[in-house]
Design a protein. Structure first.
Ligand code: HEC
Ligand code: HEC
Length: 343
């Protein structure tokens, strides 16, 4: 009975708000959600798809040459089968410690991150004997893979107020008698030094801002430094001056194009045919009945237009204001995976 009341309240509020703020636009058609025009969005996608070379600052250590290489299925910005290796070990106190990965035959140790890059630009013609490929030593016993996430529709997730996640965590705790309690993580905003916001991107909610994530990914996935991440992971084999990613004539660096591409993307569309089948309907009922929806909430709403987020560096424009969209994995550690709009 409680379920029915909950659902009807939701239905009424959706009905009430729908005419004011329509649901997030969806599709895998590479169109803008209205934040920019289609031509600008296409130009931003070209940056997201662009294959970086050594002369652009690729590496020295990296995983892939373009954002698209891992975020592509079924189109640019989607997810993919590419997974990344993260390792570490327990210290004497039993607590997790970051790994120490020797490169260049032990001449340098890569520390301070759990990520192990799968590729390196050396040895090459200019540095024939510099062997910097990362390899995991036996001592790093804790090993796991993290799969690539979808980024389509993430502009709507970025525009969800911090307070929504704080309230969700509190409500979970209250409703489930402290058995399920969301954990809100405050993470640094790189473009607003000293300021934090509620993390919502990445499997561990390690970022709140899509610009911060762009700079992080450009450095850690591709080895390209930017104004927000100006230091290379290693200086061995490094030939391009820092930051590798410089602003173009329009004042935009690549990281700004990536962030705008993601912000302007439509949310992933649901499979309209599958949703109508009896099995899917039964599944949806079961999903709520057994409590999956305690963490994977049905809908989220963005803050109003004009709200300043990311430490005051980004103002939510009208195109990103939506009363409801369905996040696929709003979880116990707040949002853990990407948005998909309801159809
Ligand atoms: C080698 C594969 C790879 C490349 C290249 C890559 N990513 Fe990712 N991306 C991932 C993986 C894996 C995750 C999940 C990472 C995690 O949480 O540890 C991810 C997560 C993300 C997220 C968080 C999405 C969400 O909703 O939580 C964003 C945003 C993102 N990437 C943007 C980018 C951008 C921009 C680029 C290019 C500069 C890029 N990525 C390049 C593999 C990649
Ligand atoms: C206690 C909170 C919680 C509950 C209850 C819960 N989940 Fe999750 N779910 C999570 C978290 C957190 C993640 C992200 C996992 C991670 O960070 O490694 C997740 C991830 C997922 C994913 C992967 C999403 C993606 O984008 O790849 C699926 C699918 C999923 N859950 C389905 C379910 C189903 C079905 C149920 C009910 C049987 C359920 N979950 C119940 C917290 C929960």
């Amino acid at each position: 009975m409680k379920l029915f009341i909950g659902l009807s309240v939701l239905a009424i509020s959706a009905f009430f708000f729908a005419p004011i703020f329509p649901e997030a636009p969806t599709g895998f058609d590479n169109k803008t959600n209205g934040l920019v025009d289609d031509a600008t969005h296409t130009a931003d996608q070209v940056k997201f798809d662009e294959i970086e070379q050594n002369s652009d600052g690729l590496g020295p250590l990296y995983n892939a040459q373009s954002c698209r290489e891992c975020h592509q299925n079924p189109t640019s910005g989607g997810s993919s089968q590419v997974s990344e290796l993260r390792v570490g070990h327990r210290g004497p106190d039993g607590k997790f410690q970051n790994p120490e990965i020797p490169i260049a035959r032990g001449a340098e140790i890569i520390k301070g991150r759990t990520l192990v890059n799968d590729r390196a630009i050396c040895p090459n013609g200019a540095f024939p004997s510099t062997e910097i490929q990362e390899r995991v030593p036996d001592s790093e016993k804790i090993r796991t893979f993290r799969v690539s996430l979808n980024v389509l529709g993430d502009g709507f997730v970025e525009a969800v107020p911090d307070q929504t996640f704080v309230d969700l965590a509190k409500d979970q705790c209250k409703k489930n008698h402290n058995k399920i309690c969301g954990q809100v993580l405050y993470v640094p905003i790189l473009e607003a030094p000293g300021q934090t916001a509620v993390g919502r991107f990445g499997w561990k909610d390690q970022h709140a801002s899509l610009l911060s994530f762009s700079a992080d990914a450009y450095l850690n996935e591709m080895g390209v430094t930017s104004r927000l991440q100006p230091d290379e992971v290693t200086n061995l084999c490094n030939t391009v001056s820092e930051p590798n990613d410089k602003a173009g004539p329009d004042g935009f660096a690549d990281i700004d194009h990536f962030a705008r591409f993601m912000r302007a993307s439509e949310a992933p569309a649901r499979d309209a045919q599958l949703v109508q089948t009896p099995k899917a309907r039964l599944g949806a009922e079961l999903f709520d009945k057994v409590g999956c929806d305690i963490c994977h909430v049905q809908t989220l709403a963005t803050a109003p237009a004009g709200t300043k987020i990311n430490g005051g560096t980004f103002t939510i424009p009208p195109a990103l204001v939506k009363s409801s969209f369905i996040p696929t994995a709003t979880s116990c550690s707040t949002m853990s995976a990407p948005a998909t709009a309801s159809s």
